[in-house]
Design a protein around this ligand. Structure first.
Ligand SMILES: [Fe+2]
Length: 383
């Protein structure tokens, strides 16, 4: 068991949840709201973790009303449960969704509604000023890296849009990376979530701007994904590879403080309007987006950025003729079936989706600026 503090305090490895319980005991938290989802309750994982956390002396209330793509109702009900039970700390257990919901419950527990006024794009972070309870995050998937992130994405009831809430205070106080919690993930979810981690590292690496620290973390994260994601997909019980992928996911979210890019802008509307898994949507759009960059008028430095990642594919024996081809072939080996149409996206909706993607802020830090037509062309190429 090691402890890292970059930038969040991270407990990594066997015994990490016991360590969290001990810290909660020392801090004197009396009543924890354990935010999780129905699947983890069904598998008995939530009760196992709750049992360990009760060792701290605190009471634990389990709240599992969390949708795979969180909606406003989830955070409102969660906040009501937090207040009704007199909680004083939040533990998030699950993929990105319970962690995102926990972050919003954190600020809604001491800030009045409506939720919409806290939207990042409207400058809502300036309204997040009151003292708030701690959030301890225990990811059960290796993908979003939400456990070290400062933002949360929830679909608002009024607009039906994925809406970003962002404030440094939303970063969990402690992230607990326990590889044994991820061994039960089915191969296709392992692949999709791992590709999300890979996409975070890649988009951060390609984002413009001087940020050598983020670049270093992103590059190392990509190396870990190339080495360990296939191992996790092949043998879900490979604890070494599972642990390293948890770390790669954490690294991806650390690195993307530098920025994301067009892949995430293209991916978001597919989850919001068609309910597709976030990692899968990244996988479907990534090769076409990289191909768009390869065909664009890039500087030598930008070309070198693409070439460096292709070099990492070569080292692993996974390289195709170009970086876009390498990614596509690698994703196919991981079980991704390409073609938006194969996943229920009708061609007739692409104009609407391109409008939504252009509206999404992530492409603001794309390697090169993209227009609405560029995004539409990329959807067409991925159809
Ligand atoms: Fe993502």
């Amino acid at each position: 068991m090691q402890q890292f503090n970059y930038p969040t305090t991270i407990f990594f490895g066997e015994g990490a949840i016991e360590r969290l319980a001990s810290v909660i005991g020392k801090r004197g938290n009396k009543h924890l709201l354990l935010v999780t989802d129905a699947t983890l309750v069904g598998l008995g994982v939530a009760e196992d973790v709750a049992g360990t956390l009760r060792g701290s002396g605190a009471q634990v209330t389990v709240f599992d009303h969390v949708h795979p793509n969180p909606i406003e109702d989830d955070v409102q009900l969660g906040t009501a449960a937090y207040k009704k039970n007199g909680c004083d700390a939040i533990v998030a257990l699950g993929g990105g969704s319970p962690i995102d919901v926990a972050k919003v419950i954190k600020f809604l527990s001491t800030h009045d509604g409506p939720l919409a006024q806290y939207e990042d794009r409207l400058g809502g972070d300036a309204l997040i000023v009151n003292p708030m309870p701690p959030v301890y995050a225990i990811p059960t998937t290796a993908g979003t890296g939400s456990e070290v992130g400062r933002s949360s994405v929830v679909t608002l009831a009024a607009t039906q849009k994925k809406t970003i809430f962002f404030a440094p205070q939303l970063m969990p106080d402690i992230a607990v990376l326990a590889p044994e919690l991820t061994v039960g993930l089915p191969a296709h979810i392992t692949a999709a979530t791992g590709i999300d981690a890979f996409t975070h590292c890649l988009e951060a690496w390609l984002a413009p701007g001087f940020h050598p620290m983020a670049d270093g973390i992103a590059q190392e994260g990509i190396k870990i994904c190339l080495d360990c994601l296939p191992r996790c997909v092949e043998d879900g019980t490979d604890l070494d590879a599972r642990g390293k992928m948890l770390m790669a996911a954490t690294m991806g979210a650390t690195a993307f403080q530098k920025g994301l890019g067009m892949i995430h802008s293209l991916a978001h509307p597919l989850s919001a309007h068609f309910g597709l898994h976030h990692g899968l949507t990244n996988a479907l759009l990534l090769p076409a987006s990289i191909e768009f960059l390869e065909k664009s008028d890039l500087s030598d430095e930008q070309r070198a950025r693409l070439a460096e990642i292709q070099r990492l594919f070569q080292i692993c024996g996974l390289a195709g003729d170009s970086l876009s081809a390498s990614c596509r072939q690698w994703f196919e080996k991981l079980g991704i079936v390409f073609g938006l149409a194969q996943h229920g996206i009708p061609e007739g909706r692409l104009d609407f989706l391109a409008e939504e993607a252009f509206d999404d802020p992530c492409h603001g830090s794309n390697m090169i600026p993209v227009s609405r037509d560029d995004l539409l062309a990329t959807y067409r190429a991925a159809l």
